[in-house]
Ligand binder design. Structure first.
Ligand code: ADP
Ligand code: MG
Length: 535
């Protein structure tokens, strides 16, 4: 491809050369005035002007570079021809300048253009010699005599010699510049490849989510990527050339084995103070000559993965225990119902006296309590995936209120349903009924003297998506901070006949709906339970 800068330099070089020639010719001319000085000066000025115009055009646009380059070569050939004519034709010392034209054509353009230029030179050079020999150049001030003195055969020999030399130059210069061009292009392609590879490499190293570092034979840090900086709180600059054991003390015990292929785990304290478990892989770092230069280390944070797998194991175990206990509870409830039924029947008999009846009522009360406990436990422990359907929340609350009005615990309690009519939800209706039942019962029990429970709800916009926020507020006894912390624990209760499973069940259901629940309360000021469910 044509290089504008190359053409530009060529024009400047020509200006320089022509200046040198002008000076040297004037000097020669002063010695033996054979040369037409005014013609020479005109030629030089014209060349200067042409060069200037070419340079300006070249700087302004790059669309005519090719044409401009052709024009330079043609101009040069004409320039040399005129120069030869001005400096004596046959006896001019400047015929060699044709070679320069051929070389520049091969360097600036291509091999074929070098041959065209050589042909042009052959024609022009031969014509000058011939025409001068036959006296046709006399009007230009070129005498026939020097050519006649050379003789026809010598002139023919000269023309043949120059023509051969022109073509030979075209061949050699064309060949050489072609090769130079090829290797230049190949080199350029390689440079591009290397740059691309380097960019790719460094972006991989800096964006990867594992700490990549290299150490030298002395165990000092060399390369230290972005993730390593995050893990250690040390920048690449700070870490450079520091001993590995100093930046990552957890690895100090394993240092000797790091220089071979190794894999293991180590503990590390993050800049925030959290303890992390890291996996550490190492491979030897081999130089270009195959020499041992240290090691490459790859550290990954396993903390979250370990925590998750532990949690998974625990959840698995809990699910198994939950299922088993749910089954046992279910099995107990049946005989319990039989016992309670039988006792009720026996208590009706005539021969049962007052004392026995009292004992029977204790049995009935306690079986009832046991049954209640088992019912709540079953609600809590039974594995339950929500069966989601759309429904109106306000209607659900109204149904619940109707149901609760028959419960003696809620006799003196007013429930204020402030849920907007339009608000609907996609959730397991029965499970949500259970949730609010438990919350209302808790509220009522906290307001033993009677009071008001307010239910509010509304759609909420959040980053993670839209959600529905429901708040249940009572003005009962409230809890202290220690109790608030423990309310969701199974079997945590402050009541004499409580099971401590109400809020634990609520928590489970909300969790199964991918929602959130929180409790705000203070002793004596009432309690607000807030539930966020995905809309
Ligand atoms: P239970 O009602 O059987 O005790 P829960 O899980 O429903 O079990 O509640 C656990 C404990 O949390 C209760 O014993 C009570 O101390 C406290 N609590 C729950 N809701 C309220 C409330 N609305 N006001 C005051 N305390 C409450
Ligand atoms: Mg309760």
């Amino acid at each position: 491809m044509l290089d504008r800068r190359k053409v530009g330099w060529f024009i400047l070089f020509r200006v320089l050369t022509i200046s040198v020639f002008l000076v040297s010719t004037i000097f020669l001319d002063l010695q033996d005035s054979v040369v037409s000085l005014s013609g020479l000066v005109r030629l030089t000025v014209a060349t200067y002007l042409f060069s200037l115009v070419s340079l300006v055009t070249l700087a302004l646009t790059d669309r005519v570079t090719r044409t401009l380059t052709y024009a330079q070569i043609v101009w040069d050939v004409i320039l040399v021809t005129v120069l030869i004519l001005l400096t004596g034709g046959v006896s001019s010392p400047y015929a060699f300048l044709f070679f320069l034209c051929i070389i520049s054509a091969s360097v600036l353009l291509a091999r074929s253009q070098a041959y065209y230029t050589a042909s042009l030179c052959v024609i022009l050079h031969g014509s000058i010699l011939d025409l001068q020999f036959y006296g046709r150049l006399a009007p230009l001030g070129l005498s026939q005599i020097p050519a006649q003195q050379f003789g026809a055969s010598y002139l023919f020999y000269l023309i043949f010699l120059y023509s051969s030399a022109f073509y030979l130059t075209a061949f050699l210069a064309g060949h050489l510049s072609e090769r130079a061009r090829l290797s230049e292009t190949a080199l350029k392609e390689k440079v591009i490849d290397f740059e691309e590879l380097e960019r790719l490499n460094s972006s991989i190293v800096s964006t990867i989510d594992s700490a990549l570092l290299t150490i030298n034979r002395e165990g000092r840090i060399r390369v230290f990527n972005r993730y390593a900086e995050i893990l250690t709180g040390c920048s690449q600059l700070e870490a450079y050339d520091r001993p590995l054991a100093e930046v990552l003390p957890g690895l100090s015990a394993r240092l000797p084995e790091l220089f071979g292929v190794s894999q293991g785990e180590c503990e590390h304290t993050a800049p925030s103070g959290t303890r992390l478990v890291l996996s550490c892989k190492s491979v030897p770092l081999v130089g270009i000559d195959g020499d041992d230069q240290g090691a490459i280390l790859d550290l990954r944070d396993l903390t979250e993965m370990k925590r998750l797998s532990l949690e998974l194991k625990r959840a698995d175990r809990l699910a198994a225990v939950g299922e088993l206990s749910a089954r046992i509870a279910h099995e107990i409830r049946n005989p319990l119902a039989a016992i309670s039924g039988s006792v009720q029947l026996v208590a009706l008999r005539d021969w049962v006296d007052e004392k026995d009846r009292k004992l029977f009522s204790i049995i009935l009360r306690e079986t009832d309590r046991l049954d209640g406990l088992l019912r709540e436990f079953l609600a809590y422990a039974r594995p339950n995936t929500p069966n989601k359907t759309p429904f109106g929340l306000r209607q659900l609350m109204a149904d619940l209120c109707a149901l609760l009005s028959r419960d003696p615990r809620l006799e003196k309690v007013a429930i204020e349903n402030r849920v907007p009519e339009a608000l609907s939800l996609v959730a397991d209706r029965d499970q949500l009924k259970q949730v609010f039942w438990n919350l209302f019962v808790n509220g009522a029990e906290a307001m033993s003297g009677g009071g008001r429970i307010v239910v509010q709800a509304g759609a909420q916009r959040e980053e993670g998506g839209n959600l529905v926020r429901i708040r249940v507020t009572d003005d009962g006894a409230g809890m202290d901070a220690e109790e608030v912390k423990r309310v969701f624990e199974p079997f945590f209760t402050t009541k004499q006949v409580g099971t401590g499973l109400g809020l634990a069940t609520v928590y489970r259901i909300v969790e199964a709906h991918h929602g959130r629940i929180s409790v705000e309360s203070a002793r004596g000021t009432g309690t607000t339970v807030t539930i966020d469910l995905p809309a």
